[in-house]
Each structure stands twice: as structure tokens, then as C-alpha cells.
Design a protein around this ligand. Structure first.
Ligand SMILES: [Zn+2]
Length: 301
């Protein structure tokens, strides 16, 4: 994420211009010269309002980045998040900047939960882990993160839940639900290839219009085809019980992608050794090499 989005740089003046021209033309066509003058004013006003809105976003981001990253947050991440700990200083700086932009703009709401700074950091860290290697990526499809007090059932019940088998859920319209105890546990056990935050944000990445297809977004043509073949092969291996991935990944391609993402960041060394092709595909896709970062800090399998 950048302080000023590339699209804002050209979109604001362009949209303002279009708005002025359209206002003038519509006003002129309907009411002649006085209409054109009125339309010019209305169009100009609308264009100005839009440009203001977009520049306000840039200002919010600049403000979020203007002060040093809070030392308390950094200490918390170092203690709590293995993926942050394994990052070299330049990656950490990018991670911290993206984290602050995410927190300045995204809505995180507690449902029977007190949303602390620490919880907000865990949510943001989950999202930013996936996107930190993509400097211009925006989580535009995210509308809100809801934090639940515990795992929930298919009717989103926490209390009196009949079968609370859900730690998280992602809706195609952009809402993510996370169970707080499961989110905490995801960070506490850094190498069990279970991470509900990474899992749900991987689904959100994968939202294409209104469905999940399990093909990492941005891949098309031959690359998408190669992924589909690799996924089919790995899902078969999962069904035979010979995989590093959580077995839930064999359910369908969308779950395979989400579980592969969890394993990539949590069981990086094992994934590289036992699923070299899958590891390489995800490394190239995310632009991050967590197993190499583990090598650098002297970890061995
Ligand atoms: Zn899932």
C-alpha cells in the first residue's frame, strides 16, 4: 500500500473534469445557455467534492505514516508474530507501514468482544502478511471485520451454538468473521499450518465478483492453468494423507488455496522440502520467501 494510490493521482482530476463537462452538456441540452451555466456549477461542485474526498484519503494515510511506529506495537508483534520476527529490517518497515494504513482505514468491529489495540494488530497483521510483497495492493473488497467471542455454528451463533465448528468465515460481499480465541491461537502456534486470519484473508483475496474459485487472483491463461493442475495434484495427495497441508484443503479448490497459504507462511520449511513445486508457486506469487528467511535465522527442519 502506498500513501497515495496510483489510481487517485489521475482519477481525481479526470473525474472532476468529466463531471464539469457532463454537467454543462446535460444542463445545456435541457435548458439552453442558462442550463449549461447551472450544469457547469453542479458538475464543478460534484467534481470538487470527489477530488476532496480522494485527497482526504491521501492525507489520512500521510498522517498515519507521519509518526514513528509505536514501540509498544513493535514489541507486541516481535513477541507474538513469527512471520514478523523472521523478516529482515526492510521488510519489517514495509510491513509496519502497510499495517498502519490498514488500521487507519478498515473497520474492525467486536460482537460481544472488546476490540483492543492488540486484537486490531492481529487482524491487520493477518491481512498485511498476504499483501506486503505487493506495493500497490489495496484491500478494497473488504467491508468489515467482525470479531466474535468464540467459534460459531452455521447460523452464526456463539452462545448456545449447536455445532461450533467455524473459527472464521468470509462472505463474497466483503465481510470477514473471526473467532477471537481461534485468532489468538493462530498466532500462538506459529508452525502448525493453522491460521484462521491468513485463511480468511486468503479467501477474501480470492473473491472474484461473487464467488471463490481457488485460483489466485491475477493469474490468468497458462499460469492459472498451471495452478489448477498443481492444485488438483496436491489435493489428491492430501486425500491420501501425505501432505503438510490441513486436510480441510482437499474439500474444494477454494479451501485448497486458503490452506496452502496457511502452510506457506506457517510451515514454510516443511512445505519447501516436501512440496517444492507448490512452495515455489506461492513464493513467486506472494513475492516473499519465508523458508529462506528461516534459513537466514538459522532454523532447520
Ligand atoms: Zn475456508
Amino acid at each position: 500500500m502506498r500513501a497515495e494510490r496510483d489510481s487517485d493521482r489521475w482519477f481525481a482530476p479526470a473525474a472532476a473534469g468529466v463531471s464539469v463537462v457532463a454537467g454543462t452538456a446535460v444542463g445545456g441540452a435541457a435548458f439552453g445557455l442558462p442550463g449549461a451555466a447551472g450544469g457547469l456549477l453542479v458538475g464543478g461542485g460534484a467534481g470538487w467534492a470527489l477530488a476532496q474526498r480522494l485527497s482526504r484519503r491521501t492525507r489520512t494515510r500521510r498522517r498515519a505514516l507521519a509518526t514513528p511506529f509505536p514501540e509498544r506495537w513493535r514489541a507486541y508483534l516481535e513477541e507474538r508474530y513469527d512471520h514478523f520476527e523472521r523478516m529482515a529490517p526492510d521488510w519489517r518497515a514495509r510491513f509496519e507501514a502497510d499495517l498502519r494504513i490498514f488500521l487507519a482505514e478498515q473497520r474492525i468491529t467486536g460482537v460481544g468482544v472488546d476490540v483492543t489495540d492488540e486484537l486490531r494488530l492481529l487482524v491487520a497483521a493477518s491481512a498485511v502478511t498476504l499483501s506486503v510483497g505487493w506495493p500497490t495492493y489495496e484491500w478494497d473488497q473488504l467491508t468489515e471485520v467482525l470479531l466474535y467471542a468464540d467459534d460459531f455454528d452455521r447460523d452464526w451463533r456463539v452462545e448456545d451454538a449447536e455445532d461450533p465448528d467455524r473459527a472464521g468465515e468470509t462472505h463474497p460481499w466483503g465481510t470477514i468473521i473471526l473467532s477471537v480465541p481461534s485468532l489468538e491461537q493462530s498466532f500462538d502456534d506459529p508452525d502448525d499450518a493453522f491460521h484462521v486470519g491468513l485463511h480468511e484473508f486468503a479467501h477474501l483475496l480470492d473473491v472474484d465478483q461473487s464467488h471463490f474459485d481457488g485460483i489466485p487472483p491475477g493469474l490468468s491463461g497458462a499460469a492459472a492453468q498451471a495452478w489448477t493442475q498443481l492444485a488438483a495434484k496436491e489435493m489428491e495427495r492430501l486425500r491420501r494423507g501425505r501432505s503438510v497441508l490441513d486436510e480441510y484443503g482437499s474439500e474444494e479448490p477454494a479451501e485448497f488455496f486458503a490452506c496452502a497459504v496457511e502452510a506457506f507462511f506457517e510451515a514454510s520449511l516443511a512445505l519447501r522440502r516436501r512440496h517444492a513445486e507448490l512452495y515455489a508457486a506461492l513464493r513467486d506469487y506472494f513475492g516473499q520467501d519465508p523458508a529462506a528467511w528461516d534459513d537466514a535465522r538459522g532454523l532447520a527442519l
